[in-house]
Design a protein around this ligand. Structure first.
Ligand SMILES: CCc1ccncc1CNCCCCSC[C@H]1O[C@@H](n2ccc3c(N)ncnc32)[C@H](O)[C@@H]1O
Length: 727
């Protein structure tokens, strides 16, 4: 589509989505991290000069580590890469750097490699950086166990220390030290637990326990053991609740230790609590020991670009930790992932279970006769313990909970957003009621045609016609329930998952919403495509709630088409929500955004020519950006870029040029943008505030633009703000 119609915005956007997917953004971060590249080069050079002259680079990516080995003088260098895109890119890079035919690159996973099928004989050095924020997430343990058993020469051994390095196997990195720390962090909490007891006028207790898909304890594979965050850049920051502790040491040159890792029994550490606060998560990072002398750290205090692994606490417990307590944490390595769970708090010699990660099939600590699971506690502790174990199924079965995506959880916790919607819905219903009382039931096709059956028994008044409201939000949304709770409303929800529908049903009952006031729309429409249609042949909608902005910060595709269709399904005076979206942006200078978007020349990559190849996958729109904590200099005020009028689509102008005046001198590297979502004339919500579940997006300029204070810069607001030179 791009070739056919290069400026076709949908195709362009889809191309960017594919590019984002093919090559993860951390490739740019890693390659721009000159210190990391330099440390790896030093370690490899020392090993090769020390006699390791046959090298295998596992997970070569762009090929940079293999090229280091070759340049250091290794006689034979092999590399393997499981991603086809990266494999092809590595071949181009190696050729462009004059090493074609001198490094043998295989498109395969190291686990499939054999001697002599793939490499003629065992090698004396394996280099790899197949690690993620949780260290093991890229399978490095399994890869190295296989490498030691099939691809590497035998390790240095005390029996015959005389064996020369060229006849000895070793790995760079030589090992890792894993650290952990308990933290309080509201930004993590609101993405992983329900934090509000009321939202949009609805009491939330009846929802039952809600979990995000990040959990160490649940067996089902729909969850991941940890998520990742850059602690140093989380809105609102974090409060350490313990000192960093050593969670694990691993020696990559000891295959027995590697093989023993996953069968090692669970270890427990007791951590002195050093700060006051609610336990929201355990943060994990590591030092990668490249060799005896040098190491790389992914810690929150380092100003490296790496994220930390975050193990959020799932079970809501109102049990603030305080200095003097001890936090008991279990560390295990099940199915090749590092797993950390906070299991209990010790206070005054007694233990309270946080039962956050008790395995579902592990029997609960059933309460004693006093109904208290820890009979030896004193009164206050007894109360806390009862609260701490609140919601724990007394049965031995797994506690039932509902899974929400992190963005759905953050949305549910966003009270201002729901209050704005509640007020806007109430205003609309009031207006429609007034209009009805003036002119009677809506005329024409809206007329309710009573079914031709024998008259109802007795003078039953069918009551005033309900207002029909449709919520076509993506994912879990309580907006339909908020509408139904206004009274005289029949609300349809497009929530699809059975579990999510059950939560809405429970919330409806607990909030006094009559059963028949809330229906599930997708159970009614036969084909998904025709989601937008009348409630029934004779009825039209009073309100249709559309989902306009994706969590990543981009406007949903085909929004205007949906709005146009939705408008035709409205009764007189009916409304779609939102009615208007105003796009704002500003000029910023941000090296961080540059480093996450493209490799900045040859210098960071040890002089190797890599940038032009990997930068083919640069995308001009950077998404999932946390603009509130982005390191950047503002080079202009926020300006209105363009308007999407959903109630009157031909009023839109997205091709007009916008002139922005630089408020300071500097280099414009990006234009972040966000939205003001107008629900009606008076009420609007912003996608850029600390409660928002949305992230922001930014256009990253291909070339930074130097501006002096007072200069005018012209932005032409195509669908995705792209940038043309200064006026
Ligand atoms: C301080 C390091 C750091 C700390 C925290 N966060 C991130 C980092 C940076 N490391 C990110 C690399 C992570 C991706 S791994 C790099 C490349 O290797 C490939 N692969 C992975 C396993 C594998 C295998 N067994 N056989 C062949 N190929 C393999 C992947 O397809 C990828 O292209």
């Amino acid at each position: 589509a791009l070739k056919l119609k290069p400026d076709y915005p949908e195709a362009k956007e889809n191309f960017y989505r594919v590019a984002n997917w093919l090559v993860e953004r951390w490739h740019f971060l890693m390659l721009n991290d000159r210190r990391r590249n330099h440390k790896y080069q030093q370690a490899i050079q020392k090993a090769v000069e020390g006699g390791c002259n046959t090298v295998l680079d596992i997970g070569t990516g762009t090929g940079i580590l293999g090229m280091c080995a070759k340049k250091a003088g290794a006689a034979e260098v092999y590399a393997c890469e499981l991603s086809k895109t990266m494999y092809e890119l590595a071949c181009e890079v190696v050729t462009a750097n004059g090493m074609n035919g001198r490094i043998k690159i295989l498109h395969m996973k190291s686990l499939e490699m054999e001697v002599p099928k793939d490499i003629p004989k065992r090698v004396s050095l394996v280099v790899t950086e197949t690690v993620d924020a949780g260290l093991f997430g890229e399978g490095i343990i399994e890869s190295l166990i296989h490498a030691w058993n099939h691809l590497l020469l035998p390790p240095q051994s005390t029996q015959d220390p005389s064996r020369p390095p060229s006849q000895t196997g070793r790995v760079i990195p030589a090992g890792a030290t894993v650290f952990g720390m308990a933290v309080q962090c509201l930004e993590i909490r609101r993405h992983h637990r329900l934090c509000v007891s009321e939202v949009g006028g609805l009491a939330t207790a009846a929802a039952g326990e809600l979990h995000s898909p990040v959990s160490c304890s649940s067996e089902d594979d729909s969850t991941e053991p940890y998520t990742t965050e850059r602690l140093s850049r989380l809105p609102g920051g974090y409060t350490p609740l313990t000192e960093p502790f050593n969670a694990l040491d691993i020696d990559f040159n000891n295959v027995q230790e590697l093989e023993g890792l996953c069968s090692r029994e669970v270890s427990r550490v007791r951590l002195p609590v050093t700060g006051e606060g609610l336990l929201d998560a355990l943060a994990v990072w590591f030092q990668l020991h490249l060799d005896q002398e040098s190491s790389l750290s992914t810690g929150p205090k380092e100003d490296t670009c790496w994220e930390q692994a975050i193990y959020p606490v799932q079970t809501p417990h109102n049990f603030p930790l305080r200095p003097g307590d001890e936090l008991i944490v279990e560390i295990s390595c099940r199915d090749a992932y590092l797993r950390l769970c906070s299991v209990a708090v010790a206070r005054d010699g007694r233990e309270f279970c946080l039962d956050d990660c008790l395995d579902p099939d592990k029997p609960r600590n059933n309460p004693g006769p006093s109904g208290n699971p820890n009979p030896s506690l004193n009164a206050e502790a007894e109360l806390c313990s009862a609260l701490a174990c609140l919601g724990t199924e007394q049965s031995s079965g797994p506690r039932d909970y509902t899974m929400l995506e992190c963005a759905e959880m953050a949305l549910l916790n966003n009270q201002p957003y729901h209050d704005s919607f509640r007020r806007a819905l109430a205003k609309l219903i009031t207006n429609l009621k007034d209009a009805r009382s003036v002119q009677g039931p809506s005329q024409g096709e809206g007329l309710e045609v009573m079914p031709l059956t024998d008259p109802p028994s007795g003078p039953m008044d069918p009551g005033p016609d309900p207002f029909y409201v449709l919520d076509v939000s993506e994912g879990f949304s309580v907006l339909s329930l908020m509408a139904a709770s206004q009274g005289q409303v029949k609300a349809y929800s497009s929530v699809e998952k059975t579990q999510h529908q059950a939560v809405l049903r429970r919330l409806a009952r607990a909030n006094g919403v009559p059963e028949e006031a809330l229906e599930f729309w997708l159970n009614q429409v036969e084909d998904e495509q025709a989601v937008l249609q009348r409630p029934s042949r004779e009825k039209l909608w009073s309100a249709i709630i559309l989902d306009c902005v994706e969590t990543c910060g981009l406007v949903r595709q085909k929004l205007m088409e949906k709005a146009t269709l939705a408008r035709c399904l409205l009764e007189d005076g009916g409304q779609i929500f939102p009615e208007r979206i105003v796009v704002y942006g500003m000029l910023v200078e941000s090296d961080t955004l540059l480093l996450e978007s493209a490799v900045q020349g040859q210098e960071p990559t040890l002089g190797f020519n890599i940038a032009p190849f990997i930068n083919q996958f640069t995308v001009p729109v950077h998404v999932f950006l946390d603009l509130s904590t982005l390191q950047c200099r503002h080079l202009s005020d926020s300006v209105e870029l363009f308007i999407l009028d959903l109630m009157n689509t031909n009023a839109n102008y997205t091709n007009r040029d916008v002139k922005v005046q630089a408020s300071a001198s500097g280099r414009v590297t990006a234009v972040p943008f966000w939205y003001q979502i107008h629900l009606n004339e008076e009420i609007s919500v912003s996608t850029f505030n600390q409660d928002s579940h949305w992230k922001q997006a930014a256009v990253v300029l291909h070339q930074p633009l130097a501006v002096r204070e007072g200069d005018w810069v012209r932005l032409n607001g195509k669908k995705n703000v792209s940038y043309t030179g200064p006026t």
